[in-house]
Design a protein around this ligand. Structure first.
Ligand code: ADP
Ligand code: MG
Length: 246
């Protein structure tokens, strides 16, 4: 067996009055497109926050590229190539596309004066990696949700992502934009970058993922190859109830 990119081992996380994650174990291979599914409140976002270091698990640990972490900090996660694209995209609306893309790098390198020429080439390179063309001088606040998402993905690539986690990325997208996003995820795979794609939509799971994990009430109820999944099983795993024919 090849070495996993990511493993979560027996993760528990509770909030006051809620056991959000209970003994959650699953794994991903390098470059794998993996769908994390589950109904609202099943623990998907909490699991993402544990993987990306936002929450410390109450028990269990994470292994990433062979290293074991009882607790991973958000900075460790980023430095090790774990990037999350949140629903709000964490982009700065009052900066231009170029500024959003180049900002992190310029800051990281502790520059006191902005080198605009350098920023432009960094920004262009980031977008070209995913074959996207967006006006670099546009204010991000004026862009569509899909375009903001592209910028967030480009930024993740600039920080050497090995795993990109997308929390319900299709919620506000049109059908065409979803198709575009799936093309980008496929391109990422070709570059060896894995995607953990969070969704509760069956058609999306089938269309994009190679493997899946389904959470119900904070527990993994199924995990495996998407080719072994069908709509009856999917519905049962998601709800715990038998599929009803309409
Ligand atoms: P999902 O992303 O699958 O919709 P979440 O991980 O957001 O589910 O939530 C799982 C459970 O944990 C829910 O019952 C939710 O209400 C609860 N929960 C999530 N975050 C918090 C929090 N910060 N404080 C208290 N309860 C939370
Ligand atoms: Mg969520």
């Amino acid at each position: 067996m090849s070495e996993s990119l990511l493993e979560t081992v027996g993760i528990y996380k509770s909030f006051v009055g809620v056991q959000a994650l209970k003994n959650v174990s699953f794994s991903m291979q390098p470059g794998e497109i993996h769908c994390l599914a589950g109904e609202n409140g099943s623990g998907k976002s909490t699991l993402i926050k544990v993987i990306s270091g936002v929450y410390t698990p109450d028990a269990g640990h994470i292994e990433f590229q062979g290293k074991q972490y009882k607790k991973i900090s958000p900075i460790d996660a980023i430095n090790n190539g774990i990037q999350v694209i949140y629903q709000d995209f964490s982009v700065f609306p009052n900066l231009t596309v170029m500024e959003n893309l180049a900002f992190n790098n310029e800051l990281a390198e502790g520059r006191r004066l902005v080198n605009w020429k350098r920023m432009k080439s960094i920004a262009e390179e980031a977008l070209s990696k995913i074959n996207v063309s967006i006006d670099l001088d546009a204010y991000v606040g004026t862009l569509s949700v899909a375009e903001k998402q592209m910028i967030a993905i480009s930024r993740a690539l600039m920080q050497d992502a090995r795993l990109i986690i997308m929390d319900e990325p299709t919620t506000a997208l049109t059908k065409k934009e979803v198709t575009n996003l799936f093309e980008i995820i496929t391109q990422l795979k070709a570059q060896g970058i894995a995607t953990l794609f969070v969704s509760h939509k069956l058609n999306e799971v089938f269309e994009i993922s190679e493997r899946f994990t389904i959470l119900r009430s904070g527990e993994v109820v199924a995990s495996g190859a998407t080719s072994d999944l069908d709509d009856r099983k999917f519905s049962f795993y998601m709800t715990g109830r038998e599929f009803e024919k309409r």
